[in-house]
Design a protein around this ligand. Structure first.
Ligand code: ADP
Length: 455
């Protein structure tokens, strides 16, 4: 069932219950009031008639005539007066005699003082009346026609008002919920049109900052992120193919040229050397891509254990120097560490080694003396590594972009590369809940600062 329908039903039901309760309470209290008031009236009538008959000695016949006359237009109260021995002294209309008094009834009134009861819809009161030291019993009965017809009116009107109100509320509910859900409907229609091919479409959000606008904004932000990541994905694939195609095309060209005609041994050697260099580029790229894929795994799939950072730094240095023996890498500890835990982090040894060797390699390859120094500092919670070189530096515009995959700065012509190293390094650092920042000045040098949480 749609939320809109559910809301309408719920709202109408709640209103119906409240209205119903309200009407029932009013009706019941009116009913109660009518009964109490009519008993009062009967008491008054009983006492008045007893007064007229016993005190004022009004003639029986006159009183009965008044009763019969009034009865034609009013529901006159029928009064009977007995003495305590159940002798009838006066009766308004013996011919009608609606209340059949009995001896036990007269005794009960005498003992209890007053009784009230219903007889076939008629209300009856019986009460004692003291006159000149002698007790008399007076009964009065009548049918409250006006009271009942007022009650019936109230009931009919209440039911009518109830039905009309519920209908009105139902119609108003349908109308207002339609109005309220119009933006949602519009959103649904628009969202249906958004697919991978037109991720630039956005939901419209209006000025009033209500929940729906917030939802539209949040949805649009999500689309922005999706569009960016789709775009990045597309660029990533085209960058990879470009990076692979360039050295492959060079290898093919080199080999084709060598095979077209006879060449000297030196020329063959040069061709093989060039092809080898291009092949190494491809291997480096595919290794970097493989590492990037590993670093992009779900962290829960990567094994983390306590790793000594000094050992990882030494391994990373060895790895870099194996392919580039001319690179000089120094490792300095600012303070002596007292325990293993001070120099250890909970991490993945292989990935950390990849990250550090990228920073070493960058420091060396972008500086003329091909030297990079790492300074290791500790505090109670962190291990801070500063990878410093005195190289060509990074321009201000490039500094915010060098961590994007395949991005190479405007200093790229200075040396080889594929633009994956820093993207991979940042990913690895983030996997370790750590941070990497860069401070650089052109022609002065660059420092990458990695802050790791120690275990
Ligand atoms: P690559 O080194 O293969 O070009 P990276 O992702 O490692 O790719 O680095 C991205 C860019 O950042 C480099 O192309 C370069 O412009 C800049 N860069 C990184 N490290 C340094 C550094 N130590 N000195 C100067 N520029 C650097």
């Amino acid at each position: 069932m749609k939320i809109r329908t559910r809301l309408i039903i719920l709202f109408t039901l709640i209103t119906a219950i409240i209205l119903g309760l309200f009407a029932t309470i009013i009706y019941l209290s009116a009913k109660e009031n009518r009964q109490i008031e009519f008993y009062h009236l009967l008491q008054k009538e009983a006492i008045t008639k007893a007064n007229l008959f016993l005190n004022a000695h009004v003639d029986k016949k006159i009183l009965q005539d008044i009763y019969h006359n009034n009865r034609k237009i009013l529901n006159e109260v029928e009064v009977a007066i007995y003495d305590t021995s159940f002798d009838l002294l006066y009766h308004d209309a013996v011919d009608i005699d609606f209340v059949k008094e009995t001896k036990p009834m007269i005794d009960e009134i005498n003992q209890k003082g007053e009784i009230k009861f219903y007889q076939q819809g008629w209300q009856v009161v019986g009460l004692p009346y003291l006159y000149e030291g002698k007790n008399y019993i007076v009964t009065a009965a009548a049918y409250d026609q006006y009271g009942y017809s007022k009650l019936d009116n109230l009931l009919h009107n209440s039911i009518l008002v109830f039905i009309i109100s519920i209908l009105f509320i139902l119609i108003a509910g349908i109308f207002f919920s339609k109005k309220a859900f119009e933006p949602v409907r519009a959103m649904i229609e628009k969202a249906k049109n958004i697919s991978a091919t037109n991720l630039d479409l956005r939901l419209s959000s209006h000025q009033s900052k209500d929940e729906l606008s917030e939802l539209a904004d949040t949805f649009n932000e999500m689309l922005n992120r999706l569009e960016n990541s789709f775009e990045a994905q597309k660029n990533f694939v085209s960058n990879i193919s470009h990076e692979l195609r360039t050295p492959l095309a060079a290898i093919i060209a080199e080999l084709e040229l060598s095979s077209t005609k006879e060449r000297s041994t030196t020329e063959y050697k040069i061709a093989i050397h060039n092809a080898l260099n291009d092949s190494k580029k491809i291997v480096r790229l595919s290794n970097s891509l493989l590492d990037l894929a590993k670093a992009s795994y779900d962290p829960s799939e990567i094994t983390f254990k306590p790793v000594r950072i000094d050992e990882v730094l030494l391994d990373a240095r060895q790895l870099v120097q194996k392919t580039n023996p001319e690179y000089k890498i120094d490792i300095h500890f600012e303070d002596d560490f007292e325990s293993d835990s001070q120099i250890s982090v909970n991490g993945n040894e292989y990935l950390l080694q990849v990250a550090f060797s990228n920073l070493f390699e960058n420091g060396c390859k972008f500086s003329n003396p091909h030297r990079c120094t790492v300074l290791v500092l500790f505090d109670s919670k962190h291990i801070i590594l500063k990878f410093k070189d005195e190289g060509i530096g990074i321009s201000k515009q490039d500094r915010s972009r060098i961590f994007s995959p395949f991005y190479r700065g405007k200093n790229k012509d200075y040396t080889y590369g594929n633009g994956i190293g820093l993207a991979l390094t940042e990913k690895i650092v983030m996997l370790h809940n750590s941070t990497i920042t860069v401070v650089s000045e052109e022609n002065v040098g660059t420092t990458f600062i990695v802050t790791l949480w120690n275990s």
